[in-house]
Ligand binder design. Structure first.
Ligand SMILES: [Zn+2]
Length: 239
């Protein structure tokens, strides 16, 4: 009797591991050297950063992959922009937008503001301001939504959270290969509301098994501190 259940649990674990391995890989694939463009730019435009500092920033940002912490958003996007061949002006626009994000902002509107930039930069921006659901330990809160505290109001984005449309729900950015673009086509509800959507959490429901079907806005300091204590096992940012 227990065997099917055990096998299912094992498959789920494998899928989760696969999706966790996918994101850093997808991120690294979008990095293309921007040699020509960087050489054309005057040093002042880059802030005239010494080569060793640039190297440090590059190494530091890798640790922000998979982070749920809003504090890491800008460093992450800087890292993604550093080596990528996207238009320099577009990069600056996206970085400025990421620097100004508040926990109340509607990320769909921010995505719409930069809808004309390269799709790789658009995805990188989405990844910078959100976390993929598989980076977030939702278990303690599903068991007891009363433990959400300040996390109750975290904004959650997905393509089909309520299962109104054909197909499963997906998150944004590089969450999975079906992940949607950060824009007006997405649904937005609070994390507390998502936990109440029983249909969403069923195995055969609208939830994608790779990206878990949703992305959340990265956590403020207060939310992050609460998250760490509620999950009681501090997670390192990079796998
Ligand atoms: Zn998905």
């Amino acid at each position: 009797m227990r065997k099917p259940g055990d096998l299912l649990a094992q498959r789920r674990k494998e899928l989760l591991e696969l999706s966790q391995a996918y994101r850093p890989r997808a991120a690294s694939l979008t990095i293309v050297r921007e040699k020509e463009q960087e050489e054309q730019e005057p040093a002042a435009a880059r802030g005239a950063v010494a080569p060793e500092q640039r190297l440090q920033a590059r190494e530091g940002w890798l640790e922000t992959i998979g982070s749920v912490h809003a504090r890491d958003s800008l460093l992450y996007l800087q890292g993604r922009c550093q080596g990528a061949g996207w238009d320099s002006r577009d990069k600056r626009t996206a970085l400025a937008l990421a620097a100004d994000v508040t926990s109340e902002a509607d990320l769909r509107e921010l995505g719409a503001q930069i809808r004309d930039v390269h799709f790789g930069l658009h995805k990188a921006f989405a990844d910078a301001v959100t976390f993929s659901a598989d980076s977030f330990d939702v278990r303690p809160f599903r068991e007891d939504p009363g433990r959400l505290g300040p996390l109750a109001g975290v904004w959650v984005y997905g393509s089909n959270l309520h299962g109104r449309y054909t197909g499963r729900s997906h998150g944004v950015g590089d969450a999975c290969r079906h992940a949607r673009s950060l824009g007006p086509g997405l649904e937005r509800i609070s994390l507390a509301q998502l936990l109440e959507l029983e249909d969403f959490w069923q195995w055969n429901g609208p939830r994608c098994s790779f990206c878990s079907g949703w992305s959340g806005q990265r956590l403020t300091e207060e939310q992050y501190t609460h998250y760490l204590s509620a999950t009681a096992r501090p997670r390192t940012a990079a796998p």
